[in-house]
Design a protein around this ligand. Structure first.
Ligand code: AMP
Length: 184
């Protein structure tokens, strides 16, 4: 059970949980947000293109995002599994991911939904201090999550694992691991 996707609203703790879970499961943590931020920091052509989307809270166009993920999943360290954080972000990306995995006879094992109440989410975002964490951009990312990303919960209903995301990091990651074991 190692090909996993983590879904949840901005501020649900996806990045923190993905880091903890990738250690416990010994699979690489693939965060499209981190990949984009690295490109922006290094001023690569992809970074130059992605920057305005990150700065405004909009999604980077699918063609750019899907190609970046395709290249990342082609690397050897993903052979034993992976934990995707922040991808897919809409159903079109989910379809492309499904096709990509099917090409090598793979499929997703589970999609983990981190459930966190709105007030906790806002408090986490405001304490994080990322440059795209201004009130306006936070609000836009929440809207984009609801309209673009939340439909994935239906799309993946067959393999969806819902986990309460409130609590200490280890507490939540142990809950995720227990929920995954419970499905096997
Ligand atoms: P995150 O670190 O997951 O909060 O992502 C930060 C920003 O990166 C988002 O607001 C988007 O602009 C961009 N981004 C990350 N993942 C994706 C994706 N799968 N598709 C499009 N844009 C993305």
């Amino acid at each position: 059970m190692t090909r996993l996707v983590l879904v949840g609203p901005p501020g649900a703790g996806k990045g923190t949980q993905a880091t903890a879970l990738s250690q416990k499961l010994d699979v690489p943590h693939i965060s499209t947000g981190d990949l984009f931020r690295a490109h922006v920091a290094e001023r690569t052509p992809l970074g130059e293109e992605a920057k305005r989307y990150l700065d405004s809270g909009e999604l980077v166009p699918d063609t750019v995002t899907n190609e970046m993920v395709r290249e990342r999943l082609a690397e050897d360290d993903t052979k034993g599994g992976f934990l995707l954080d922040g991808f897919p972000r809409n159903t079109k990306q989910a379809e492309v991911l499904g096709q990509l995995l099917a090409e090598s006879g793979q499929g997703l094992d589970a999609v983990i939904q981190l459930e966190v109440p709105e007030d906790v989410v806002v408090a986490r975002l405001l304490s994080r201090g990322r440059t795209d964490d201004t009130e306006e951009v936070i609000r836009r990312r929440q809207q984009v999550y609801l309209s673009e990303t939340a439909p994935l919960l239906d799309y993946y209903s067959d393999i969806l694992v819902k986990v309460d995301g409130v609590g200490e990091v280890d507490e939540v990651s142990d809950r995720v691991l227990a929920a995954l074991r419970g499905r096997q």
